[in-house]
Design a binder for this molecule. Structure first.
Ligand code: GLU
Length: 485
């Protein structure tokens, strides 16, 4: 019988979701779903000094917005709870004591002063000289009975080496002598990450540990813990580094100077969760046997596999993210687009936020929501533009000729009763024939005359339909006057 696949996402509640963590969550989620397994959410909050108010809600809302549903977690419970590490303190202490019994750990009573002095005097760095490693049992018991403060340290083997096979990076082997007798339980009774995540992963039945490559070389310490307890090691799946492109063309670890690095900020800046997820899936993984790039999260669960993960650093490309976002914006039903775009309109365009025709023009032309404003610029009013705009090589237009076209068109436009794109288009085409010029020339003259902008999200007649008859005519009259004076 094949074993159940269990993965987990184990964020520390920092108050924002770094996109590197989002990718970790995504790959862990996809791996579980692709194998009909379970995906657990666990909150790693043992660093009590770094707790941030509301930070756990950020985690829940990210998972919800992206569609990463978990099967067990603090909010929904499950058979292996509690799922918040600070609520599991007693469990860790029990296992730490058990590990001492088994010979894999020891009590350390060194005072802060002694350790500080050690670091000042010697070349141990932040290391420890293993002073308490071989304290006689009686002395340990006496100290404990006297209520002396202690930490519990992992007893690293002094010789040989420890290795494991990472499913992305291959075999990793570290000399035991290089590994510190790291602290497992701190003086305040809280465990360190190094200890509690191992206990939890084991107790929660995690079969595949998916996480960032910063843990790649510390994992030998963790497998030693599994071995000391006599537990089966999980499969490790460390993810490639996430880099950003620097201004000089080099790459460095993805950080704020490359752009927004939190999911919340990206969403606030007008990126869609489904676009972020689709792009994130490709930052370190790609599907086999297809060049397809667009995948919903459900589709990803069908094609995701560990062997598609690359160990080379992935560069987070903001341009590519824009491209994905543009795709998902274009695909939205119009009403959904309008609802999503509405909050991004600045005050001067707010009155047009519910205009369906404007929304239709804009929807296909933006990559990210705040761009609605630059696209809507033509509704604001006729700017004080340079009449050179009327000169267009392709349509062979001159300023004078445009003035003539506008003058000729104005009375005909005033006669239009059905002010619609189609009617206006037919009318302008007819005018071109009457004047013996290309339709493009008339469209150009009217478009510039009505907008005063070189670039607009639609043609002359589309703009006029949105602006309405009175406003369009008023603008054309103003433009005509502008040229003639
Ligand atoms: N709490 C750790 C982090 O956020 C989790 C690492 C792991 O997944 O083991 O980096």
């Amino acid at each position: 019988m094949s074993k159940e696949f269990v993965t987990r996402f184990a964020p520390s509640p920092t108050g924002f979701m770094h996109i590197g963590n989002l990718r970790t969550a995504l790959y862990a989620f996809l791996l579980a779903r692709a194998n009909n397994g379970k995906f657990i959410l666990r909150i790693e909050d043992t660093d009590q000094e770094r707790l941030v108010e509301g930070a756990v809600d950020v985690i829940y809302s990210t998972l919800e917005m992206t569609g990463m549903t978990h099967d067990e977690g603090p909010d929904i419970g499950g058979p292996n709870g509690p799922y918040v590490q600070s609520e599991r303190k007693d469990i860790y202490m029990k296992y730490a004591k058990e590990l001492v019994e088994k010979g894999g750990a020891y009590y350390c009573f060194c005072s802060k002063e002694r350790l500080e002095k050690l670091h000042e005097d010697g070349d141990l760095g932040a290391g420890y000289d293993r002073h308490c490693r071989n304290l006689p049992k009686e002395e340990v018991e006496k100290n404990l009975a006297a209520g002396m403060p202690f930490v519990i340290r992992q007893k690293m083997p002094l010789e040989g080496s420890t290795g494991y096979d990472d499913s992305v990076f291959g075999h990793i082997e570290i000399e035991n002598a290089e590994m510190q007798d790291q602290i497992l339980i701190k003086a305040d009774g809280f465990p360190t990450y190094n200890f509690c995540h191992v206990i939890d992963d084991h107790l929660m039945g995690v079969t595949h540990v998916v996480r960032g490559s910063e843990y790649l070389t510390s994992t030998p310490k963790y497998v030693l813990l599994y071995d000391a307890f006599g537990w089966e090691r999980p499969v490790y799946c460390h993810l490639p580094l996430l880099m950003g492109k620097d201004a000089d063309g080099n790459v460095s670890k993805l950080s704020k100077r490359h752009g927004s690095v939190s999911f919340q900020e990206l969403v606030k800046n007008g990126y869609l969760p489904q676009a972020i997820i689709n792009y994130m899936a490709f930052t370190g993984w790609c599907p086999k046997d297809t060049n397809e790039e667009f995948f919903t999260i459900d589709e990803l669960t069908k094609v995701f596999s560990i062997d598609g993960i690359s160990k080379s650093p992935a560069v987070f490309d903001y341009e590519k993210l824009l491209w994905f976002n543009n795709h998902y914006i274009k695909e939205m039903p119009l009403d959904e687009f309008m609802a999503k775009a509405k909050p991004y309109y600045s005050e001067e365009y707010a009155a047009f936020a519910d205009n369906e025709k404007l929304a239709k023009l804009i929807q296909t032309r933006i990559s990210v929501f705040p761009e609605v404003n630059e696209k809507a610029e033509f509704v604001k009013g006729l700017p004080d533009y340079d009449t050179e705009l009327f000169v267009n090589k392709k349509n062979k237009t001159t300023i004078e000729q445009c003035a003539d076209i506008i003058e000729y068109s104005l009375p005909k436009l005033k006669d239009v009763s059905d002010w619609s794109n189609d009617t206006l288009f037919e009318l302008l085409k007819g005018i071109a024939e009457e004047k013996g010029v290309k339709a493009g020339a008339v469209m150009w003259a009217i478009r510039i005359g009505v907008s005063g902008l070189a670039v607009t999200p639609g043609g002359a007649t589309e703009l006029m339909e949105i602006l309405g008859k009175d406003e369009s005519i008023k603008r054309l009259e103003t433009s005509l006057e502008k040229i003639r004076n």
